[in-house]
Design a protein around this ligand. Sequence first.
Ligand code: SOE
Length: 388
Amino acid sequence: MGVNNKINVGMVGYKFMGKAHSNAYKQVNMFFDPDAEVVMKAICGRDEQGVKAAAEKFGWEGYETDWRKLVKRDDIDFIDINAPSDAHKEIALAAIAEGKHVFCEKPLALNLSDAREMLAAAEKAGVKHGICFNYRFLPAVQLAKKIVDSGKLGEIHHYRATYLQDWLVDPETPLAWRLKKEIAGSGAHGDINAHSIDLARFLIGEFDRVIGHNRTFVKERPVLESSSGLTGTGSATEKGEVTVDDATAFLADFKNGAMGMFVASRFATGRKNHNTFEIHGSKGTIRWDLENLNELQVYFREDEPELAGFRRVLATEPEHKYAGNWWPTGHIIGYEHGFVHIAYEFVQHLASGSPFAPTFEDGVRCQEVLEAVDLSIERGTWVSVEEV
Ligand code: SOE
């Protein structure tokens, strides 16, 4: 892997996730001791002025304006894809054909068949692959996983998740690429329920069946010249149709017998990035909220009755995975640190073959649940995840 113990990354995308991933690669070398140094070879984007400025600002050695050229470069070991969702499959298949390992933003693809094609291609080519479900890699979420796996919660009865934002509640917010089905694949459902589905699979296991419903509250929005990022920039000229969900909620049965409740919305006024889970077991409960990402609320029935109650664990101690790589006890970390941790683990996976998840397999499993919910909405009935 790599030359002189270096791992050379080429990245497609230079906006929001491009910045988050660039920051992650820079910080891996500074705060972790990877088995190979990450070299930020080239960042790629269609707009030369924009991608050139990003390369200089983010610290890339160079830039490309055509991903077809990037994936062919001999001085690159893996391709990081964080372009809009409709580009994931074509870029990944081309990179895999060139023998490149691939690290892709979520959701893996526009739909399940594309996601399955990407997984099959990566497995056939024998390249390594990963998907950026970054929230698994925050210390408090790693602690949640450790608690569940230890059996300290007992039998899991309920898993409740929300992913609530409100950046679309103003009907004058312009039509961005995330609101067009042909580019994003789906709206709040594929964008943020995807995270909740992955966290549930990571923490308590596989889904059995689902039933959902959804809304598109605002059916058309102002169209801007450049509909980049979350909301776009420029002056509105006309209105365009919103072709994705603004909110999707669903019930779930897990294979382990737990009951699931999920809701993702971009119209949850006042909630900015309210990614939460609460897990109720026969012996205790844990609750996590991205807006307080260093904290895990815990409740254990074994506590003395007069002292029973939820208490806050601050996951910033050396005992908490990844926390010790940053600062002394109690010095909290932020949203961007989950990306540094997943980047470190993927680089280690490439450099020394250490285990890595989530892979494209997890991307496919997530897409299966997403599409089972969509099918259940069409039919108005429960749908088994194995059916899609
Ligand atoms: C917008 O909903 C968004 O940027 C998602 O695309 C990310 O995956 C999530 O982590 C934050 O919100």
